[in-house]
Design a protein around this ligand. Structure first.
Ligand code: GTP
Length: 486
């Protein structure tokens, strides 16, 4: 399903930049119209760089706009992309025809007139397609849920049309009216008909972009600049002298601005979207890993971190400890003071855990209901035991305040376990033993900390010996062992 919520609105800085560029375009065109007929230096290398820049800008802009179409399904973006593809396909050939020798190769019957006609197709086709694009962008923009199919269909159709235009222009199969004389002077058709027509279509497209697009997104805002630049190019072309005149150079620069404006907007959009996605990913990760009530890690995050820490402890041959704790008589607390008070009590216990557990590597989590777990990497059983005792003390020293001001004592029971993991499945073993110790704490009268039973330790040592292949330990713990400790 296409995503439609990622349009970036232009900020204050962008509006200021748009106003500055527009003013430069208007003042520059005024100047170029007055001085346009003056001869400039003939620089065929300028044509090469200009052609390359236009082609690259147009191709990338067309692709980025195509991506917008595939994302949103809006036909406006499809046609905007077609407009830029149109220029990308026609402009290299047109610029090659202008290059020094004028003819592309002798087998092509093409020259200055064909170049001028391709310029016409380029400069009239582009604003017409832009105007169509904006015409499709009403209050209820036309969208499709099959953007890929339409992309293939529309792009193929345009490529066929361009192929026909290029073939007709390059092979001399049709005789087009002369527009440029032998000495590169622009003819009457170009000056009196084509130039004004280009200016008119660009003006219409600019009107559509401003009144339909209303600067709602970066793309529409910079598209307005692009169309203003295209309009300036058309106007200056009417008044410029010949190829390589001052006006001709100015028109080429406006053409570059027209090509680069949306390209720049799309680049800025892509950057902004990239940063937004990173931000949202972080936010999503946080939402997915935090328990809403206690703001500690949730069970999912705990399980993930347990696996990670087990792997790390195996690698680094370090101990891993776990504290499991459960609020005492929580059912009767809920029954006596209500579920909401119960919730606040869970938050208070979580605060006590947070107060004591401060190492960044430790993971304090709500394991489920009124049960919590604290994972302590690189921590011995004795250190974990002391930490659990500290949490227990903090919880029992912090009575719960009811809404009527009455204070209620809250306690919790703790199970502590520690092991030097040897296999990834030891995560389950660690939880099981801490849980067993917690059960022991409940049976021993609650509000206390317990470790796993001695027999669990012996069994564990036996397992480790099997894994490490220490026969002496195996012998010590074998069923016929006379070791009084086990
Ligand atoms: N208010 C509240 N209660 C919860 C929440 N999650 C679990 N509980 C309640 O916690 C109670 C846990 O009860 P039990 O498992 O019997 O344990 P207990 O009453 O604390 O008894 P001991 O653990 O043996 O001390 C149940 O009544 C659950 O409904 C929660 O998010 N909020």
């Amino acid at each position: 399903m296409p995503v439609r919520q990622l349009d970036i609105q232009p900020g204050k800085k962008q509006f200021v930049s748009i106003i500055i560029v527009s003013l430069i375009l208007l003042v520059g065109s005024g100047w170029a119209i007055v001085n346009g007929a003056e001869e400039g230096s003939v620089s065929p290398t300028f044509l090469g760089s200009y052609g390359t820049a236009v082609f690259i800008f147009e191709v990338i802009t067309a692709l980025l706009l195509l991506a917008q179409f595939l994302r949103t399904g809006r036909f406006t973006y499809a046609f905007l992309s077609l407009a830029y593809l149109w220029v990308a396909l026609i402009s290299p050939v047109q610029i090659m025809l202008l290059h020094e020798t004028i003819t592309l190769t002798p087998s092509f019957q093409a020259g200055g007139t064909e170049a001028a006609w391709l310029w016409t197709f380029w400069h009239i086709g582009f604003p017409i397609i832009i105007a169509i694009a904006l015409g499709l962008n009403g209050a209820n923009p036309i969208v499709t849920d099959r953007p890929k199919f339409w992309a293939w269909y529309l792009f193929t159709a345009e490529i066929i049309v361009v192929a026909i235009i290029l073939t007709l222009s390059l092979f001399g199969w049709v005789t087009l009216p002369e527009m440029v004389s032998q000495d590169n002077q622009f003819g009457n058709i170009l000056k009196n008909i084509i130039g004004p027509l280009v200016a008119f279509t660009c003006g219409t497209a600019l009107f559509m972009v401003v009144f339909k697009g209303r600067f709602r997104t970066d793309i529409y805002a910079w598209l307005a600049v692009a169309m203003l630049a295209a309009l300036c190019e058309g106007l200056v072309s009417i008044y410029s002298g010949s190829r390589f005149s001052v006006g001709w150079y100015a028109a080429r620069i406006f053409s570059l601005i027209s090509s680069g404006a949306v390209f720049l907007a799309l680049l800025l959009d892509t950057m902004a979207l990239y940063l937004k996605v990173i931000e949202q990913n972080k936010e999503l990760r946080k939402i997915a890993s935090i328990d809403k009530l206690s703001q500690l890690s949730n069970r999912r995050e705990f399980d993930e971190r347990l696996n990670e820490e087990i792997r790390r402890a195996i690698r680094e041959r370090k101990p891993l400890s776990l504290i499991m704790l459960d609020i005492d008589f929580f059912k009767s607390f809920n029954d006596s003071y209500g579920h909401q008070a119960g919730d606040r009590c869970i938050v208070q216990v979580a605060d006590s855990i947070r107060h004591v557990v401060s190492r960044p590597a430790d993971v304090a989590a709500r394991y489920g209901g009124e049960e919590f777990a604290v994972l302590l990497p690189d921590t011995s059983e004795q250190a974990a035991f002391e930490l659990a005792e500290e949490i227990r003390q903090h919880i029992s020293d912090t009575p719960f305040k009811l809404e009527n001001g009455e204070q209620v004592a809250v306690t919790a029971s703790f199970g502590v376990s520690c092991l030097h993991p040897t296999t990834p499945s030891d995560g389950g073993e660690l939880v099981k033993s801490a849980d067993a110790a917690l059960y022991l704490a409940k049976r021993s009268g609650r509000n206390c900390v317990q470790r796993p039973t001695h027999s669990w330790h012996c069994e564990r040592q036996l397992q480790e010996a099997k894994v490490d292949g220490h026969p002496e330990v195996l012998r010590k713990h074998s069923p016929v062992s006379t070791d009084p400790q086990c």
